[in-house]
Design a protein around this ligand. Structure first.
Ligand SMILES: NC(=O)c1ccc[n+]([C@@H]2O[C@H](COP(=O)([O-])OP(=O)(O)OC[C@H]3O[C@@H](n4cnc5c(N)ncnc54)[C@H](OP(=O)(O)O)[C@@H]3O)[C@@H](O)[C@H]2O)c1
Length: 266
């Protein structure tokens, strides 16, 4: 049976994506750590749409997570026709004050597990000459971000990796795409240990999207020929403007703003 494997499906953008994919009758394998949330999503979606929705509970910061997931889908005789590497976490603050273990877990999840899952399932897609892979980066992929230095660098990595791989695989009927959300109302900030006041200071009047808005654009993008999907008009304009302004100027602005407003780095 052909399935879409979606990581980080238990909340935020991933949860909204799981619901939209289910509504379009994709058979799904949902991956995250929160078993109860995954179970509820599976029951609701399979009953409502008459599709197969399964889950795998796993911590994706484990170094062998990709192997365990691959073995599980092989055991269940599933053909992963679409892989969505959505799971990701942020870290924020003065780099020296962030726990090294948190940075290492973030890098393992955002980059290494993403690359490893891509490697395993892309090999099979190449044998079948068909498949889709979507990696989730961020607007942070377009420029360095002082006080989110390692997180933004992880998303630059995801962007570069995905664009290069997309071109490599063009002759093989395999689509490899990048989704870049901007600020979105999810648990992301809480997980990054950004308190409510700092969140307000950071985002200011930014146009914050809901996960459903991001996913609506992602679903449209999946049906188009685009390699990079940036969600939201403000973010699309931001990416274009960002390319015209020197990074040094943008970084000074971000850093000065953070120093004067964020409690976390005072
Ligand atoms: N929200 C934003 O403003 C924003 C902006 C740009 C990009 N993004 C990107 O969007 C993606 C989705 O994030 P979100 O905003 O939807 O955040 P979220 O609501 O916190 O969702 C993160 C998802 O990843 C899963 N996850 C986290 N750590 C995991 C681990 N160790 N093992 C397995 N699963 C794990 C979580 O599930 P469990 O906790 O159940 O494991 C959850 O399903 C991320 O790649 C993020 O970098 C978000």
């Amino acid at each position: 049976m052909k399935v879409t494997l979606l990581t980080g499906a238990s909340s935020g953008i991933g949860e909204a994506w799981a619901k939209s994919l289910a509504a379009e009758k994709h058979n799904l394998v949902l991956v995250a750590r929160s078993e109860n949330k995954l179970k509820t999503l599976c029951n609701q979606s399979s009953q409502q749409y008459g599709i197969s929705v399964q889950y795998i509970v796993i911590d994706l910061t484990q170094p062998n997570a990709d192997l365990l997931i691959f073995e599980e889908t092989e055991k269940r005789k599933l053909i992963v026709d679409c892989l969505i590497n959505n799971a990701g976490i942020g870290t924020a603050g003065d780099f020296t004050q962030i726990e090294l273990a948190d940075e290492q877990a973030m890098m393992q999840l955002n980059m290494i597990t993403l690359v490893s899952l891509t490697h395993r399932y892309l090999k099979q897609m190449r044998e079948r000459n068909s498949g889709t892979i979507i990696n989730v980066a961020s607007m942070a992929a377009f420029m360095p971000a002082p006080f989110m230095a390692a997180y933004a660098a992880s998303k630059v990595f995801v962007k570069s990796f995905t664009e290069a791989l997309s071109e490599e695989n063009r002759p093989f009927n395999i689509r490899i795409m990048l989704l870049c959300p901007g600020a979105t109302e999810t648990r992301f900030f809480e997980t990054a240990k950004i308190n409510q006041e700092d969140k307000k200071a950071l985002l200011g009047n930014a146009n914050i999207q809901t996960p459903a808005m991001v996913v609506e654009e992602a679903m449209k993008g999946m049906k188009s020929n685009k390699t990079i999907i940036i969600s939201g008009l403000t973010n699309k304009i931001g990416a274009k403007l960002g390319a015209l302004i020197p990074n040094s100027m943008i970084m000074k602005f971000i850093a000065n703003n953070a120093r004067s407003t964020l409690q976390k780095i005072k």
